[in-house]
Ligand binder design. Structure first.
Ligand SMILES: Cc1ncc(COP(=O)(O)O)c(C=O)c1O
Length: 424
């Protein structure tokens, strides 16, 4: 039996096939097929491709896609250990396609704590436009999951570790509960990456995630992907995908493939630096709390240790003194950059006020985004330099030593939904 290849070999060589019509020599770096359309020698060959399950690329935005995008997709499938992948214009497009494909008017979906715009999709697109009901599961313990389900629940959507609360859900347990009721489990694995979390080994049905972050790794291309079995991916590819038209560009697919080559080198480095920064911040007298699953103080530390092979490259913490102190600290940083997104070479810092500007303070506290909340995505700089940067920034700020974390509401709320506002 052929020995199973390691992550690095799979990342670099996986998904490359012998392509029909290829030259006897091969370009080691995949070419960019910057073409919208692909011509056939005859009408019959064109039609044979259509009836032959789209063997050849025909049109870049269509189900038949483009050779550069197809290569990214086969590489992603190899990396995730899945049958198939569909690359999309962004992570948001991947999540939208997946949820719109799985849900019909009258259905119900349960979302864990997840990325703010995923809640917006649930409310603005699924709820307001499609008549799909959604419930936000505020409990971090999946034993509570049955309380949020009903006869119309078709999908459970989780984000692990969640952005920005860094919640880790027990996926094996969640899958067991969901599958017993015929519910499909979708995972946004953007923050974990397939190197820290093997979603399909835990029984997850579909991964819908952003490629913009760690998979690309350099902050230079936006993209997303849906990864699952052949049947599901094919249904989306031939159904909503070309009709909505949120295809990734060949150039972005190529940039993501270039970044992907070093994923197995970058992710352990992000994990290590984030762990070191989390340990430093947890001991800092001006910090009220640190959210990182690599810390024994994290409520899902034991679970994360069991379920994940790395704790990830995102942490959040709360500065004593609330938002004014968090703002001042962020403004003093010299290495950490103030801005959204993560998973790239540069350390990115975003406060709760920045990421959740739509929500009132009361709503933020209900969700767990306390006054003084800061999310940090350490980049590839040296950990000592990054720690020194946070140390000097924290030294500059005045904090209210009496400031403590507000009490989180203990009871589960089945009705509460965060605000969705659109910018006029
Ligand atoms: C967890 C998570 N999922 C999905 C997305 C959306 O990804 P994209 O920006 O590629 O649309 C983001 C963006 O920040 C995210 O943090």
């Amino acid at each position: 039996m052929e020995k199973k290849r390691g992550a690095g070999t799979t990342i670099i060589h996986g998904g490359h096939g012998p392509y029909e019509g290829a030259l006897p020599t091969d370009s080691v770096v995949a070419p960019i097929h910057q073409s919208t359309t692909f011509a056939f020698a005859t009408v019959e060959e064109h039609q044979n491709s259509i009836f032959g399950d789209l063997r050849y690329p025909m049109y870049t935005r269509a189900a038949s896609s483009n050779p550069t995008i197809r290569l990214l997709e086969t590489k992603l499938a190899a990396l995730y250990g899945a049958d198939a992948a569909l690359a999309t214009a962004s992570g948001m497009a991947a999540i939208n396609y997946t949820l719109m494909h799985l849900l019909q008017p009258g259905d119900h979906v349960v979302l864990g704590r997840c990325y703010r715009l995923t809640h917006n999709i649930a409310q603005m697109i699924l709820g307001d436009k499609m008549g799909v009901e959604y419930t936000l599961m505020l409990s971090d313990d999946v034993k509570d999951l049955p309380k949020f389900l009903n006869d119309r629940t078709k999908v459970l959507f989780l984000d692990v570790p969640s952005n920005p609360m860094i919640t880790v859900y027990d996926l094996e347990q969640a899958v067991k509960i969901a599958h017993a009721r015929g519910i499909t489990v979708v995972l946004d694995e953007t923050c974990a990456t397939p190197l820290n979390l093997r979603a399909f080994d835990l029984g997850v049905d579909i991964v819908a995630c952003s490629l913009t972050k760690y998979l690309c790794g350099h902050g230079d291309a936006v993209g997303g992907a849906i990864i699952s079995n052949y049947k599901r991916v094919k249904q989306i590819r031939k159904g909503l995908y070309p009709r909505i038209g949120a295809a990734i560009s060949p150039f972005n697919a190529w940039l993501i493939m270039q970044g992907l080559k070093t994923l197995h080198l970058r992710v352990p480095r992000h994990n290590q630096t984030t762990q070191a920064l989390a340990e430093f911040l947890e001991k800092h007298p001006k910090v009220a709390h640190v959210f990182y699953p690599g810390l024994p103080s994290h409520p899902q530390y034991e679970l994360a240790k069991r379920m994940m092979s790395g704790f990830g490259g995102l942490l959040s913490f709360v500065v004593k003194g609330g938002d004014p102190a968090a703002t001042a600290m962020a403004n003093w940083l010299k290495i950490g950059k103030i801005g959204t997104s993560f998973g790239q070479a540069e350390t990115m810092v975003e406060t709760g006020w920045m990421s959740h500007y739509e929500w009132s303070m009361d709503e933020r506290i209900r969700f767990g985004i306390y006054p003084g909340f800061v999310r940090v995505a350490p980049g590839l700089e040296d950990a000592e330099d990054l720690i020194a940067d946070f140390d000097q920034a924290l030294a500059q700020i005045q904090v209210d030593e009496t400031a403590v974390l507000p009490e989180l509401k203990k009871e589960m709320e089945l009705e509460w939904k965060p605000t969705v506002t659109t910018m006029e």
